[in-house]
Design a protein around this ligand. Sequence first.
Ligand SMILES: C[S@@+](CC[C@H](N)C(=O)[O-])C[C@H]1O[C@@H](n2cnc3c(N)ncnc32)[C@H](O)[C@@H]1O
Length: 402
Amino acid sequence: MITILRLGHHGDGIAEGPVFVPRTLPDEVVTGEIVQGRMDAPRILTPSPLRIKAPCPHYRNCGGCALQHAQAKFVTDWKEGVIRQALAAQGLSAEFRTPHISDLHSRRRASFSGRRLKRGALVGFHARASDVITPVPDCLILHPDLTAALPLLEELTARFGARKTTLSLSLTRSDAGLDLAVSGGKLLDDALRAELGQWAGQAGLARLAWEGEVIAQTQPPFHQIARAQITPPSGGFLQATKPAEQALQIAVSTAVGNAAQIVDLFAGCGTFTLPLAERAEMHAVEGDADMLRALDAGWRQATGLKRITHEARDLFRRPLLPAELKRFEAAVIDPPRAGAEAQTVALAASTIPRIAAVSCNPATFARDAKILVAGGYRLEWVQMVDQFRFSPHVELAAQFTR
Ligand SMILES: C[S@@+](CC[C@H](N)C(=O)[O-])C[C@H]1O[C@@H](n2cnc3c(N)ncnc32)[C@H](O)[C@@H]1O
């Protein structure tokens, strides 16, 4: 019999030991077999008053979500707590703004796994800690257009998948229809190309890519970002939900204030560059040249936006230096999970008065925040943005000033 003390960063309960117990909550008393520090099938003797019946019928088996058994407020507080703790570990604290919580059924991109069966195919998310695939026809987080496409993905997997390997099916809902990128499949040859192309047309996909090669594009799978229509490269980064994208855009816009010259670091296809270009001249810097081409093409066709220049650059190896940052009145920085240590060191030595930071990793965010604070910046506020409902992922926006 053990008592759960707190949740770890993957959302598992942790008891003394440590023993990791998935899908439990603080103060719950549980019993069960412990193997290598994990109790994977606990019996809950004393449930927490915060425990609820998981709203999704797939929760028992599906590994896509980890936190459906707790009241929503507990999950929000826990996610904010993850950020607070990461900051405290670096000797920092912050004011927290009202969090954004994305609606259910708003997830516009997801990666499914698909395996061909003797008859038909299995498509869904992996079961917990397993390579078994759980179908998710009633998933609570997916946008209805993604759910509606699951039979198509099954058809594709049954026709073009294999029984021994798993296809990875990355599906994005664009404003012009579905955009599918498949990997882990057979090697492409002319016959497969032709068959896939025909299938994509019949299925009504906007675009189909196989192992990075675009096989069919019936229409550009564009996304309306502010005044521009952007067609990202297949598999290119987009925020996971539209409501979170909007919340992050508002947070970033507030953080940069009325700066007239702004640099957007790790700009992607312009999620922040484009709305800010309504009032400021923008310089977008990003490692992926195809993403920048997409941003540039969208900007050129849009009307009413100020100038956007762009630069393909590896910001880990060649961060923008203080001399290059001098002309900007604000910076936006939204790095991948690894954070942006080198770029942050350069920002900390710059004279830029305002920085809007976006991060999907509180630990690297806090590490980089400490560098900025040591360089004379103040961390003004943080906002938790929950675009990965029921999962332990934590996204945030923040403002630094000097
Ligand atoms: C979290 S995404 C943010 C993109 C964009 N700000 C948005 O919200 O859509 C991080 C971006 O960093 C880019 N990236 C990753 N490593 C990089 C590097 N070393 N140098 C420059 N950009 C990089 C990725 O291509 C991706 O577009």
